[in-house]
Design a protein around this ligand. Structure first.
Ligand SMILES: NC(=O)C1=CN([C@@H]2O[C@H](COP(=O)(O)OP(=O)(O)OC[C@H]3O[C@@H](n4cnc5c(N)ncnc54)[C@H](OP(=O)(O)O)[C@@H]3O)[C@@H](O)[C@H]2O)C=CC1
Ligand SMILES: O=C(O)[C@@H]1CCC=N1
Length: 279
């Protein structure tokens, strides 16, 4: 029998996981998705062939959706997680694995809002799971056995690299790979702006930046690739790239990136505290 997989909340992150999982061969017939807006539910049903329901507090659709599920993925914003857990707690199979993708929501907060003994996994995925090049870090809760953890791995295995990490490393992972796709897109935006400064048209600037960042990403994705070696291969001695890299170093770009990642991790710690104060 097919395992029932449920997504509660399916926006940017949930849909990336869903698309990656379906592309890796999971049947859409085994998947039920809930979201808030009926038009979003229709969109997901049409695009992916899954059962998609609109759920609000009164509808009970989240609780109904998790009945008989083996794996339940919580894909809502951090602030909505506790209420969602409370909404579904009584309807979950005792053996169902609940996977949260929410940044900054701790295993203790998740376990505290579900029934005692419910297997819970805290995860930090990223949106490139959508194209089979994601990375996700998992931290198992206190009631997770090897079978539960294997079920969590199975969700992501076909669409990226799956790592098991200690929970106290989750905020760091979030600041690097969780938010990281945005850093790469930001680089592409900045390159396009630089191209326009040279007088290139917005269209040409966009193509140059997009294809360069995407192509560089594909090279980096090749087996055995190393960022430093790939950079050096572009940087001819006494050539042009060398001047750009020297300027980046002088301006402190590595430090700027480090500070940005630290700000992201600090925000995660702050959200954890805000959520504790709320509950
Ligand atoms: N975006 C990213 O790159 C990453 C996000 N995350 C985490 O993923 C989570 C979701 O973020 P993201 O996808 O960006 O956010 P989105 O706002 O894009 O998605 C949230 C989804 O939750 C739905 N929703 C809200 N409340 C409920 C509810 N009570 N029942 C069912 N569905 C509900 C929304 O429905 P509707 O569409 O109808 O509004 C929407 O589909 C966050 O906790 C975030 O920390 C983690 C790693 C990376
Ligand atoms: O910005 C956020 O809070 C989420 C978590 C990591 C990526 N997006």
């Amino acid at each position: 029998m097919m395992k029932k997989i449920v997504f509660l909340g399916c926006g940017s992150m949930g849909e990336a996981i869903l698309a990656g999982m379906l592309a890796a061969g999971v049947s859409p017939l085994s998947v039920v998705v809930t979201v808030r807006r009926p038009e979003r539910a229709n969109e997901l049903a049409i695009r992916h062939g899954v059962t998609a329901l609109a759920s609000n507090e009164e509808s009970g659709a989240n609780a109904q959706a998790v009945e008989g599920a083996s794996v339940v993925i919580l894909g809502v914003k951090p602030v909505g997680i506790t209420a969602l857990c409370q909404e579904i707690a009584g309807s979950l199979e005792s053996n169902a694995v609940v996977i949260s993708v929410a940044a900054a929501v701790s295993l203790a907060q998740l376990e505290g809002a579900l029934r005692p003994g419910q297997p819970v996994v805290r995860s930090m995925p990223n949106t490139p799971l959508k194209v089979g090049r994601g990375v996700v870090a998992l931290s198992a809760g206190s009631s997770v056995d090897e079978h539960h953890l294997a079920s969590a791995h199975e969700i992501f295995d076909g669409s990226g690299v799956v790592l098991d990490i200690a929970e106290d490393q989750q905020n760091a992972v979030s600041a690097i790979s969780g938010s990281g796709p945005a850093y790469a897109f930001y680089l592409a935006e900045a390159m396009a702006a630089a191209a326009q400064d040279f007088g290139l048209s917005p269209q040409i600037a966009h193509v140059l930046a997009r294809e360069t960042v995407a192509g560089a990403g594909m090279m980096l994705a090749e087996p055995g690739a190393n960022a430093t070696e790939l950079r050096r291969a572009v940087t001819s001695p006494k050539g042009t790239t060398e001047q750009a890299i020297a300027s980046f170093d002088r301006e402190g770009l590595p430090g700027i990136i480090r500070k940005g990642a630290q700000a992201a991790a600090a925000r995660a710690a702050e959200i954890t505290k805000e959520l504790s104060a709320l509950n």
